[in-house]
Design a binder for this molecule. Sequence first.
Ligand code: HEM
Ligand code: HEM
Length: 230
Amino acid sequence: MQKIKLWDLPTRLFHWLLVAAIAALFVTGKVGGNYMVWHGKLGILVVGLVVFRLVWGFVGSTYARFWQFFPSPARILAYLRGQWHGEGHNPLGALSVFALLTLAGAQATLGLFTTDDIAFSAPLFPLIEAELAGRLTGFHHQLANVLLVFIGLHVASIVFYARVKKNNLLLPMLTGWKNVEQGESARGGGIVALALALTLAALALYAASGQWIPEPPPPPPAEEAPVFNF
Ligand code: HEM
Ligand code: HEM
């Protein structure tokens, strides 16, 4: 057995920040009221996290790169026949990784256009018609349930791998290291790559925050009521 570096620190930080943010988003979304302000901020954070991970999938270290675990039909077939041997996300796990990233990104993007019809309107709400915002808010509710199902499947499969397959996936996601029979440590994903991913994530945060939207012009002064002198 040898010890290899599997998940780099940015990938692990991304994962656990995403978990914490989404957990808090479900709580604040359901409680509503004053918590909507936090819901909005955390949702915007998810936009930044997902954009970070998308960039990191191209410039990050070996096992974080999308091409390394892209679930092509050939790879999935080989995995199902028990002929896949490798480290990192297996082809089925990779399907769930892409599904979770897509769902989290879509849910956060939809959220940017929603309103709770009480006191909270999302930052990009002013860009669309109220009727469309109402429909997107409906999708936001529905997609939250779909996301929840995928999170359940994700956690169940981690437990399945640990209990049945005796393969502890959790420890490497915490420490970065994994004991394997044969394999190489992750390489790449240096400081320049990190700076690029952080810059693009910061731009996404700015875009999602809606701060670039010009203030609406002040309403014209109300016409003075005519004064009648009788
Ligand atoms: C991945 C990120 C997000 C998740 C998981 C999430 C989840 C949720 C959940 C579970 C609800 C409650 C739905 C229900 O009661 O059935 C909700 C409501 C809501 N969310 Fe999000 N949300 C996310 C991102 C955002 C963002 C970025 C915004 C805005 C900046 C936002 C704005 C809202 C609003 C306004 C509501 C209330 C809608 C209503 O009262 O009808 N969400 N969200
Ligand atoms: C909000 C809930 C969660 C979401 C949205 C989520 C999302 C993800 C994503 C996107 C990845 C891919 C990581 C990457 O390549 O960047 C991943 C991997 C992983 N997640 Fe989660 N996760 C959630 C909850 C959890 C929980 C609660 C656990 C612990 C039981 C967990 C354990 C793992 C592990 C061990 C991996 C690596 C799997 C592998 O080795 O192939 N996740 N998760």
